[in-house]
Design a protein around this ligand. Structure first.
Ligand code: ADP
Length: 272
């Protein structure tokens, strides 16, 4: 069987008040089973729109979404999704938040609770099972949101810039944490981020997106072995790839500034 999530020639044009805005153009990408794939691109380049298409919430103007060889374009409920904000239900306990996706899928409650308890221990949240979200820090809430996605029965996980709102140190800890969890689980992940370093540290493959209408500028295979240690961030190849992606995005920024007559500084990458 063709075990992968594949987006083929996806395009999306929004029409409102008589005007057309082409957001996505000819996006083709693949997440093989067990792969960690990231998308890096400018904000407003249509990454959330892409996730909405994959999740079946909106239909593409053209192109298809394939899952394990089957055309699933427009079908809901086939992926698990982790949003930018943890979006935990304040009236549910941590364990009940963690099992939400399983509950929605109709899976047995007792088994789900057992799994959640075991995982909460593994992610450093033992003792918080019966607590409510407001007592947890931002990083802890993100871990619960991640667990909710991880415990959901769907194979493919879409993570929409999950660490964007965390402070730098917590974000760094979360990246290390996510890598170690992912390396034991090997779920298939499509991850959106603004951070080039984050993408390089976490991913097997990176797709660099252009400005609108968004296309794939480049597909990069990340060569670092696993288990991946933080030392990888210090090696020359890491810096070469970081520079390459930065240059691609900077060129895009320049193209956008030229076409709109404005001059903006690139904000999503460290300068060289
Ligand atoms: P990103 O997640 O990369 O920041 P989005 O997918 O949220 O980007 O949005 C991409 C572009 O599509 C934006 O310019 C936004 O205004 C436009 N857009 C998104 N949804 C709609 C919609 N329903 N109608 C019209 N334009 C939309």
């Amino acid at each position: 069987m063709d075990c992968q999530l594949k987006l083929r020639n996806l395009a999306k044009t929004f029409r409102s008040n008589g005007t057309e805005r082409k957001v996505l153009d000819n996006i083709t990408l693949t997440v093989k089973k067990g792969q960690f794939v990231s998308i890096v691109g400018p904000s407003g380049s249509g990454k959330s729109t892409l996730f909405h298409i994959i999740g079946g919430l909106i239909r593409p103007t053209s192109g298809q979404v394939f899952m394990d060889g089957k055309d699933v374009t427009g079908t809901k409920g086939l992926i698990s999704y982790m949003p930018q904000q943890p979006a935990l239900f304040p009236w549910r306990t941590i364990v009940d938040n963690a099992i939400l996706a399983r509950e929605v899928a109709g899976l047995p409650r007792r088994e789900s609770i057992e799994m959640a308890r075991e995982w909460l221990g593994k992610v450093g949240l033992q003792g918080y099972e019966q607590a409510y979200p407001h007592v947890l820090s931002g990083g802890m809430q993100q871990r619960v949101a991640f667990l909710r996605a991880l415990l959901s029965p769907q194979e493919y996980m879409c993570l929409d810039e999950p660490f964007g709102s965390l402070d730098a140190l917590t974000r760094y800890d979360m990246q290390k944490w996510l890598t170690s969890i992912w390396e034991t689980q090997k779920r298939s992940v499509l991850f959106v981020t603004h951070s080039i370093e984050e993408a390089l540290f976490l991913s097997d493959t990176i797709y660099v997106f252009s400005n609108k209408p968004t296309t794939v500028l480049k597909e990069i295979t990340v060569p670092f072995p696993r288990p991946r240690e933080e030392e990888v961030m210090g090696i020359p190849v890491f810096h070469e790839l970081k520079r390459e992606i930065y240059q691609l995005l900077k060129r895009e920024q320049g193209r956008l500034a030229e076409s709109s007559g404005t001059k903006e500084e690139i904000s999503h990458a460290a300068p060289y």
